[in-house]
Design a protein around this ligand. Structure first.
Ligand SMILES: NC(=O)c1ccc[n+]([C@@H]2O[C@H](COP(=O)([O-])OP(=O)(O)OC[C@H]3O[C@@H](n4cnc5c(N)ncnc54)[C@H](OP(=O)(O)O)[C@@H]3O)[C@@H](O)[C@H]2O)c1
Length: 369
């Protein structure tokens, strides 16, 4: 049973170690957990400032039973083990059984849909939060959208989230895994399927050439706004600020539809994983603020009103580590505003979330109407 309030599951990963780094900044004691004790110990030893953190390392299998034992006594589970459509169910089920709030960094719409359908009510009954997508992609644009809604008569949101950086092994696996899922946008509060394997050229402030964005599984925003009293329409897109990489992803989506979708599930997943392995099989270096960039663009339209919020930022993985630690800090020290399935901005406040990321110098918000 844990005597520490936060468990990072997946602590040996690129994102898990950043969650640890920011939990230390928030002075939150944590358990760094995962499938290999030796690997986690090695990774933790290299986390900047770790000597001042209160933490322990725990090895576990990924069975629900063992995860419940690990999580029992903690207050919050921070899950960084993706792709979440494959690995999420056991972890969220164990968090619920152990009586913990659950936050993860999965941006997969299909995973958010599963959480909303299968776990939201059960978490709500116990006064617990289930918040997938508590990460750069898509918590920042969700918070920006809610900022737009404060002052404008808008009912339609379009969001684009892009970054320049090196996708990690786990991210690359996830980019390929979501190709097989159904992506939806929101139209008059109904989820509608995006056309498959379709490319969108988007104008992004700060860049003269247009960028190539994809529906990329759909993003969680259409689900977060599905029952919103003001918003009826949401389309979310995203990608990397690198046209060549996005051309390759778009070509893979097309190839998938033609050759891989007809395969049985197990073979399909294996094929997608092998393709991802060929793109990124190793751990990229730590992010660099001078090299890496993020941008969120949210455009809101009403019958007679318009508003735009742009967030210029850096280091999407560090933003993710910070957002997780910010969420854990709130869940340990304060009452969240929502129970069951909700976005980080709904649970902790959109202004509060944006302020946390801005005050660490990782992003800057610009609102124009
Ligand atoms: N929404 C966002 O903005 C955002 C940002 C960052 C990451 N993500 C998502 O978060 C996920 C992780 O990304 P990452 O960058 O941290 O990847 P990563 O560096 O590859 O780390 C993955 C972690 O998951 C663990 N893991 C993988 N498969 C496992 C399994 N079957 N059982 C137990 N543990 C397993 C790994 O353990 P080992 O070390 O033992 O292999 C490692 O700790 C991806 O799905 C990615 O798309 C989303």
């Amino acid at each position: 049973m844990s005597k520490r309030p936060v468990v990072i599951y997946g602590a040996s990963g690129f994102s898990g170690r950043l969650v640890a780094e920011f939990l230390r900044e928030y002075h939150l004691p944590f358990v760094a957990a995962g499938r290999s004790k030796t690997k986690i110990e090695d990774v933790m030893a290299h986390v900047p400032g770790i000597e001042a953190a209160d933490y322990e390392v725990a090895e576990t299998s990924s069975s629900v039973e063992d995860l419940v034992k690990l999580f029992a006594g903690a207050k919050v589970v921070c899950n960084t083990v993706g792709p979440f459509i494959y690995n999420g169910p056991a972890v969220i089920e164990a968090a619920l059984q152990a009586g913990c709030h659950y936050v993860d960094i999965g941006g997969e719409q299909a995973w958010s849909r599963e959480v909303a359908e299968k776990w939201s009510c059960r978490f709500a009954e116990r006064g617990l939060l289930a918040a997938p997508g508590t990460a750069f992609m898509s918590a920042m644009s969700d918070a920006a959208a809610r900022l737009c809604l404060e002052s404008s008569a808008i009912d339609t949101l379009e969001t684009v989230t892009m970054f320049k950086g090196n996708p990690t092994f786990g991210s690359t696996q996830t980019i390929f895994a979501v190709i097989q899922t159904d992506a939806h946008y929101l139209e008059q509060n109904q989820l509608k399927p995006w056309p498959r394997a379709t490319r969108y050229d988007v104008a992004v402030p700060g860049y003269l050439p247009t960028q190539l964005a994809l529906a990329w599984g759909g993003f969680p925003q259409p689900l977060w706004f599905k029952n919103h009293p003001q918003v009826a329409n949401v389309r979310s897109m995203g990608g990397l600020l690198d046209r060549q990489i996005m051309e390759n992803v778009a070509a893979t989506e097309k190839l998938f539809e033609e050759q891989i979708r007809p395969l049985p599930k197990v073979e399909r997943e294996k094929k997608l994983s092998e393709m991802a392995n060929a793109v990124q099989g190793a751990m990229p270096p730590r992010e660099n603020v001078h090299d890496h960039r993020t941008i969120d663009v949210v455009v809101g339209r009403g019958t007679t009103d318009f508003v735009q919020c742009v967030i210029f930022g850096t280091c999407c993985y560090r933003q993710t580590g910070l957002i997780q630690a910010f969420a854990a800090h709130n869940l340990v020290h304060a009452s969240q505003r929502k129970v069951g399935f909700a976005s980080a901005a709904e649970a902790f406040g959109h202004r509060e979330l944006l302020r946390a990321v801005e005050s660490h110098g990782l992003a800057k918000v610009r609102l124009t109407s």
